[in-house]
Design a binder for this molecule. Structure first.
Ligand SMILES: [Zn+2]
Length: 81
């Protein structure tokens, strides 16, 4: 049911469906989407399955929330400032 084109890069926090509270946009880490795997989409850094129901435009991701692990770090677009 996603309208996200496959060709468009996106970012998201890890899948938090197992959290008791779904409000995960406040304090979290955003990863760049990578390859499909483990029933979802793996982060570029390979650490997490991403929550594709709350995709971020990579250019909208605040620098302080960006995952800095190898893989994600190289995938982020250059910050505006
Ligand atoms: Zn990451």
């Amino acid at each position: 049911m996603t309208q996200q084109p496959d060709t468009e890069p996106w970012a998201a926090s890890r899948d938090a469906s197992w959290y008791s509270r779904p409000n995960v946009h406040a304090a979290t880490v955003l990863h760049m989407a990578g390859s499909p795997g483990y029933g979802g989409t793996m982060s570029r850094c390979g650490r997490s399955v991403l929550d594709h129901t709350n995709p971020w435009r990579p250019t909208d991701a605040p620098a302080r929330l960006r995952c800095r692990s190898n893989g994600c770090r190289q995938a982020w677009p250059t910050p505006a400032s």
